[in-house]
Ligand binder design. Structure first.
Ligand SMILES: [Zn+2]
Ligand SMILES: [Zn+2]
Length: 266
């Protein structure tokens, strides 16, 4: 029987196959890793039996969606409400259609970068909505689907929401601007394009998080330049507790200066 295998380390689902894929392209890349003991695969039915789908309200109009216990890279997704419908930002492998329908369903999906592609095809088929993925990272899609909406530079997946390609550890690394967020001061969803540090007054940027490889100055300046025109005061990165509640724009600029200083001072 054909199975859509899911990598246990990155959580990305592959196109259905009779046998387990020979390896996970995303984990074999230097920006991820193959765990000690080797590659392991699972599938949706097994995950459903092991884990709970979790939804939490983060602020009015915004919910976080995660798995309990966490799976793969451990990210939580975000569901943002707009007058034109809800947008799902990033993905987790399990979906609970009735819980999401109670929040108004999903009208569009966008994903920050390939580490969080997860089961985007399952989500897109369930809600029959487009998935906005940057053209630059096309080679990292492990499933194809007619609903993929390729974009480049900037895009508006729903009225009032703005996708911006910043680059980072992938060329297509993107952020989403929600101007109504943070009580109208603007919220930025960054995935791990911008990562919130241990002290949430600071953020950081990496080429490879698991392998502790820093992002070079050119790529960092590209992120800073792409974010400069955006108005935002809060950052939601990819994990429940990784949020800059206020002063996020200053935090990004201050952190980028500190980062560049460290990178060039050695
Ligand atoms: Zn993987
Ligand atoms: Zn990543």
């Amino acid at each position: 029987m054909s199975t859509a295998y899911i990598c246990e380390t990155c959580g990305v689902q592959y196109a259905p196959s009779d046998a387990e894929p020979s390896g996970c392209k995303i984990c074999l890349d230097f920006r991820q890793y193959v765990r000690a003991g080797g590659q392991r695969w699972t599938h949706l039915d097994a995950l459903r039996a092991e884990r709970r789908f979790e939804i939490r309200e983060l602020e009015p109009g915004l919910h976080g969606i995660g798995l309990d216990p966490p799976f793969g890279i451990g990210q939580r997704a975000l569901l943002v409400r707009t007058p034109a419908g809800n947008l799902l930002w990033d993905c987790v492998p399990l979906l609970d259609p009735s819980a999401l329908d109670a929040l108004g369903g999903v009208a569009a999906i966008a994903v920050s970068h390939p580490h969080f592609y997860s089961t985007f095809v399952e989500w897109s088929r369930q809600f029959e909505v487009p998935v906005w993925l940057p053209r630059a990272d096309a080679e990292w899609r492990m499933r194809s689907d007619a609903r993929i909406q390729e974009w480049e530079g900037a895009a508006k997946p729903l009225p009032g929401l703005r996708l911006v390609q910043c680059g980072g550890h992938f060329d297509g690394n993107a952020v989403l601007l929600w101007p109504e967020g943070a009580e109208g001061r603007g919220a930025l969803f960054t995935g791990d394009t911008v990562s919130v540090a241990a002290d949430p007054r600071w953020v950081s940027f990496m080429r490879s998080y698991p392998n502790l490889l820093p992002l070079g100055p050119r790529a960092l300046r590209g992120i800073v330049k792409a974010l400069a025109p955006l108005e935002y005061d809060r950052i939601y990165s990819a994990w429940w507790d990784k949020v800059v509640p206020a002063g996020a724009k200053e935090a990004v600029n201050r952190s980028a200066d500190r980062y560049l200083e460290q990178l060039t001072s050695g």
